[in-house]
Structures are given as structure tokens and as C-alpha cells.
Ligand binder design. Structure first.
Ligand code: FES
Length: 655
């Protein structure tokens, strides 16, 4: 049977062909589409009828009903309607709208009136306010309880004001939005339906929350009149989001809708946190003619806060006597690195980074000492151990980084709660990282006469570490590729301006240890350490930085959680190069079980051929089984304009 002709929105009343003659047998009904109208087309004894497809009772799809005794019966609750006039039998009064039908030689036609002009809705006001606050990307899934808001998103996308990226699982939307915020400092939106769609957002939103990434989360909700009664998909979303979101508000018919969005955006940006709005179904389409959107003008202060004079004096006093100071930078210093580097240069001090700050200084910079801690290098740990003063910018002292609590420490952060978070520091300095660095630089003295220029130490330690890395790169037991070889090859091929997203597990540890950054940005799930982050984060990075190469690094366990998102990447033609290290197990957990002398149990994984899977999805897929195939595979994948997956079979014992 031929599909009915589907037309675009109609400018005026007109006849629209909806079916071929003979498509619809006697006593049958089916759904057809004309313009933006969905209709129930019926044939009763050769008499055709067309009714609005929405049953006036509760919106049941009449086109999926049946003809019984000459009446069209709604499939949901069995209400009957005359198939040509829509009249209900008996004393009932509700009737669906009916439309004239003509059967012509070339098909069945329905006369459709032009759609009524769009009346501005609450959702229009809210989406325009989001746009005014600079939200240009929405990751989400359109569904039953968010259609009114989705329609407003569509209008703004058609106006060129935002981009909507429809994902396959809401968890990916939240991770993508979190990564977007981590890279840019600006929020994207994650969008879901009521109930399960919104609860699927939670993990990615927690990732954003604990890593201080701004995200606006938007949930559809069941209609207000059934809210809280246990209706289908009725979940107390403000309760469910109370912990993960700095603010979670349900939008009511009488709310100041623009102001609620403004407060949510302001919270996300200024508190670097998750803000959440819940939109009951019927509120989304309430008319709001003449209601203006709002925006950030006059609502956001200058955040370049200068540090208190006394704290600066204390910091300078420590710096004046330090022979071997080192600078440690965290993710919170990512937008102020030129100022921080100027301080390091003036102190002749190495710059160590947390894992989340990897790449904020090149590993080839004369003062670049790489990552500190569990994912780090002996270069960084040696220099920290030898130092006599730590100068820490924008880092949060996680266990993973292991910043020594025993060294005198100056900590600079503009978040007052981050200062001395886990243990006391010698001089906590509250201030904007860039402003504070410039302030310190402007007043730095010469330091002690015996201050050490540590560039030679940095070079020496890198020389020792690179020799060791070369030995590990050469390791080959014939049971797969070593992680050192993978990241050594990536170091040769990944462009300097790339954004690299990493998952968790052995792949992430090895990436931190072996991959030498130039100017690449690195994104990861830091405090949450959530498996599955790597690939959806690459989607968020692609949206945030469309002109930069995007590289995802994952293990087989992590990518297994979001396999279907490869189809999203293909659909939107995302230029993501995905390097997948496949050891067919949750390798880090195997290691942990062995470390505490447990039996290795339930960490093995049954995997598909990921390269073949990529090709099935429409992406480029390349399989790498030996180290000599790495260079060709990476070069081909990085040159590919769309999504490409390099499936590397790795040796689980060569980390
Ligand atoms: Fe049609 Fe209830 S929705 S009878």
C-alpha cells in the first residue's frame, strides 16, 4: 500500500491527497496525515470519512480504532462516533472535528483548513529566555509529556537560535550537557519527559554537579490535575531532583515563566551547578500572548573578584622564601592559564596538573610537569615531593590527585567552600584565579638567592620517564596492544587543538599517564567517576566546539553503556574519533579484586566486534590487533569527516 502524501503546513484551505484509491478496504480505518493534521480516514461501504484523529474523550488515536456497526470505535475506551460527521450516538455530545472527503480518479482527498496562526505559548516565553541567556544547545528526547516545550524548541531551532540534538538515552543527554559546561563554562540544556525520561538524567546531572559544570535540566511532567495522584509516569520530580539540582521548580500556570527560567539559568551559571525546571503537560501550551522573554542584562555581576589584601600579603611572604615552589593547577584554572603560567615563569616553578586539568599546560612546555596522582607521572610526583611550597590554583584536593597535606600551601580559588576543603592550607586566598595570579605576579620579589630554576629538573625527570615509557611501548606479548603503545601513537596523531574526552577505568589511568598533551583540552567524569561518560561527553564537546577535532577514549565497559549513541553521532554527522581499548573485561575491577586477594569474578565481558558494529551504524570502523596497525588506523580515523571508531584489542596486563 502506498504511503499517503504528506504535505507541509498549508497556507489556505485546500484539498490534500491522503491515500490512493483502493488503499482502504470497506469497513476499515487508518491514520493519514494532511499538512500538520493527523486524521482518521474511514471507508464504510464506499463512503469515505475523515475525522480529527484525537478522540475528544482523552485523545485516543481514532485512526487505530475499528468500525463496528457503521460507527468508528475509539481503541482506548470504546466511545463511538459517526465516521463521516463525528456525531456520537445517543445523548453524548463530544464529537471530533470532521473534514470533507472526495474520492477522485487519482486518490482520496481531504479538505483541510489552514492551521490557525500560532499563538505564543508559555513554552515560547521560556525557550526564548533560555536563548537570551546564551543556551544554544539542547540534548534530549522528545516524548509524551514534553511535546509543547519541544514545539517551542523547534520554532527556535528553525529561527536559527539553537540546536536540538536528539539522543537515544537521556543519560547521554545529561553527560553531553555536563561535558559542554565543563568545556565552555556555559550551560547547555538536558531535556526529558516525565517519570523515566527524567530519572534517566540523574547520573549525568550528578556528574555535572560534583564537577561544578553548569547545566539546565528540563522535565516534562504529567498534567497538573493528576500530579501527585500516582498517575502514569507521575514521579515527584522536584523531590527526585532535590539533591542533584541547586534549584528545582515546578512551573505553574500563574508563574512568572520568564523569571523562573532566568533564575534557573542564573543559578546554573553563577553557582556552576544543575538547575531544574518541571513543566506539567498543559502548562507548556498555555497561551502567553504579549509576554516577553527575559535575559541576563543587569542580572550577572563581574566575577573577577580581587583577593583580600591580607591574604595576598601572606602568600607573598611565603613565596619570598620558597626555594623550590611548584604550581599545581586544577580544572578551575582552565580559563586563566596565561596568568598562572606567568606566575610559574617568574618563580621558575614547574606546573603540575590534576587529572581533570590535564592539558592545561603542554607536556612539552619547559615547566610542564604532567599529571599528579593516581593517573599521573613520576615527573609530577617527584617535583611535588622535592618542593618546599605548593601554589595551587583552582584545584579541589581530591584523593585521586593526592596533593600533599604536609607541604606549606597557598590555595587560590574563587569558591570559598573549595578553600581548605579537606584539610587546612597555610594561606587560603579567595579570589578569581586570573586576577589573583596577576596580583601576585605584579608584587613578586626576587625570592631567595638560592631559589632553584627547576627547568633542568623538569627536563631531567621527563627524560627518565620517557625512557621508561619507550620500554613499555615496546612491550608486546602477542596478546594485544599495550596501552602505552596506544597513547604513544595518539600523541603523534591527535591534533594539538583537539578536545579529548575520557571514560573511567584502566583506559583513563593509562591515558593520564602516557598521553602527552600539547594544547588539547581533556574532559572526564572527575568526582563522580562515572562509567559511560566518554562517548556522550564527546557528543557534548562536538556541540560546544564544532571547529575542533573531537576524540573519545573509552574502554569496552564504558562504551557498552552508551552503544546506541553511535547512531546519534552518525545522524548528526559528528566528527568524533573514538579510540576504544577493548580488553574484554572490566580491567580495573579485575585489578582491584586481585589487589585484595579476592577471586576475579564477573568482570569478563562479552563484546561485539566494535569496528563491525560501527560500520553497521554507518560510521567508519577500523580494527587494530597489533601495534604496527595503530598509526595507519589513527590517521585514517582522524581524517574521516564523520564518526570513526578505532577498535583496539588490548593486552589487559600491559597497562
Ligand atoms: Fe477515546 Fe477514551 S480516549 S474513548
Amino acid at each position: 500500500m502506498a504511503e499517503p502524501e504528506v504535505t507541509a503546513a498549508l497556507p489556505e484551505a485546500t484539498w490534500v491527497k491522503v491515500a490512493e484509491v483502493g488503499d482502504l478496504g470497506d469497513g476499515r480505518v487508518r491514520t493519514v496525515v494532511a499538512g500538520t493534521r493527523s486524521l482518521a480516514l474511514t471507508n464504510c461501504g464506499g463512503t469515505y470519512g475523515a475525522l480529527d484523529n484525537r478522540c475528544p474523550h482523552q485523545g485516543g488515536p481514532l485512526g487505530e480504532g475499528s468500525i463496528e456497526r457503521g460507527l468508528l470505535r475509539c481503541p482506548w475506551h470504546g466511545y463511538d462516533y459517526d465516521p463521516t460527521t463525528g456525531e456520537p450516538p445517543g445523548a453524548f455530545s463530544d464529537r471530533p472535528e470532521s473534514f470533507p472527503v472526495e474520492v477522485r480518479d487519482d486518490g482520496v482527498y481531504v479538505s483541510i483548513r489552514p492551521p490557525a496562526p500560532h499563538v505564543r505559548t508559555v513554552s515560547d516565553v521560556m525557550v526564548e529566555t533560555m536563548v537570551a541567556w546564551g543556551i544554544t544547545h539542547v540534548f534530549g528526547m522528545v516524548g509524551h509529556s514534553n511535546l509543547g516545550f519541544a514545539d517551542a524548541l523547534r520554532r527556535q531551532e528553525e529561527a536559527g537560535n539553537l540546536r536540538y540534538i536528539g539522543i537515544r538515552h537521556e543519560g547521554a543527554a545529561a553527560f553531553a550537557a555536563s561535558a559542554y559546561g565543563k568545556l565552555t563554562g556555559r550551560p547547555a540544556a538536558a531535556f526529558a519527559i516525565a517519570g523515566p525520561g527524567s530519572t534517566n538524567l540523574l547520573t549525568g546531572l550528578y556528574d555535572a554537579k560534583v564537577d561544578r559544570s553548569p547545566v539546565l535540566a528540563i522535565s516534562g511532567q504529567v498534567p497538573s490535575k493528576v500530579l501527585g495522584q500516582g498517575a502514569f509516569q507521575d514521579v515527584d520530580l522536584t523531590g527526585a531532583f532535590a539533591d542533584v539540582a541547586r534549584t528545582s521548580r515546578t512551573v505553574l500556570p500563574g508563574s512568572d515563566h520568564a523569571e523562573l527560567v532566568t533564575l534557573a539559568c542564573k543559578t546554573a551559571i553563577l553557582d556552576r551547578d544543575v538547575a531544574h525546571l518541571v513543566l506539567p503537560d498543559e502548562v507548556q501550551v498555555l497561551p502567553a500572548p504579549g509576554v516577553a522573554a527575559s535575559g541576563p542584562t543587569g542580572r550577572v555581576p563581574d566575577l573577577a573578584i580581587a583577593p583580600p589584601e591580607a591574604a595576598v600579603d601572606e602568600a607573598l611572604a611565603l613565596l619570598a622564601t620558597a626555594r623550590r615552589p611548584v604550581v599545581i593547577v586544577g580544572h578551575g584554572a582552565r580559563f586563566d592559564m596565561p596568568d598562572v603560567l606567568a606566575v610559574a615563569e617568574a618563580l621558575d616553578a614547574p606546573v603540575l596538573t590534576t587529572f581533570k586539568a590535564k592539558g592545561q599546560i603542554s607536556d612539552h612546555h619547559p615547566l610542564g610537569a604532567g599529571v599528579l596522582g593516581r593517573s599521573g607521572t613520576p615527573v609530577a610526583s617527584w617535583l611535588m615531593n622535592e618542593c618546599d611550597l605548593l601554589v595551587v590554583f583552582g584545584a579541589s584536593f581530591s584523593n585521586h590527585t593526592g596533593i600533599s597535606p604536609y607541604k606549606p600551601t597557598i590555595q587560590v580559588d574563587f569558591d570559598r567552600m573549595a578553600l581548605g576543603r579537606f584539610s587546612p592550607v597555610t594561606v587560603p586566598v579567595l579570589g578569581h584565579v586570573g586576577v589573583t595570579a596577576r596580583t601576585l605576579l605584579g608584587r613578586l620579589g626576587d625570592g631567595p638567592a638560592d631559589r632553584v630554576d627547576q627547568r633542568a629538573d623538569v627536563a631531567d625527570r621527563w627524560s627518565i620517564w620517557r625512557a621508561e615509557k619507550a620500554r613499555r611501548v615496546a612491550d608486546d606479548r602477542g596478546r594485544g596492544v599495550s596501552s602505552a603503545a596506544v597513547f604513544d601513537a595518539m600523541g603523534r596523531h591527535v591534533p594539538a587543538d583537539a578536545v579529548v574526552t575520557v571514560d573511567v577505568g584502566n583506559n583513563a589511568y593509562s591515558f593520564g599517564r602516557y598521553f602527552e598533551c600539547r594544547e588539547q583540552s581533556v574532559l572526564m567524569s572527575g568526582y563522580l567517576g562515572s562509567i559511560g561518560f566518554g562517548f556522550p561527553a564527546a557528543m557534548g564537546a562536538w556541540a560546544a566546539a564544532p571547529d575542533r577535532p573531537i576524540v573519545a577514549v573509552t574502554g569496552d565497559g564504558g562504551f557498552g553503556q552508551y552503544l546506541a549513541e553511535l547512531t546519534t553521532a552518525v545522524k548528526f554527522d559528528m566528527g568524533i574519533t573514538h579510540v576504544l581499548l577493548d580488553n574484554s573485561e572490566l580491567g580495573k575491577i579485575t585489578k582491584e579484586q586481585r589487589a585484595v586477594e579476592m577471586e576475579v569474578w564477573q568482570t569478563d565481558l562479552l563484546n561485539p566486534d566494535f569496528a563491525e558494529y560501527a560500520r553497521l551504524c554507518g560510521a567508519l570502523g577500523i580494527r587494530v590487533e597489533s601495534p604496527d596497525q595503530l598509526d595507519t588506523a589513527l590517521a585514517e580515523a582522524l581524517a574521516h569527516p564523520g564518526p570513526a571508531l578505532v577498535h583496539v584489542l588490548t593486552d589487559t596486563n600491559l597497562l
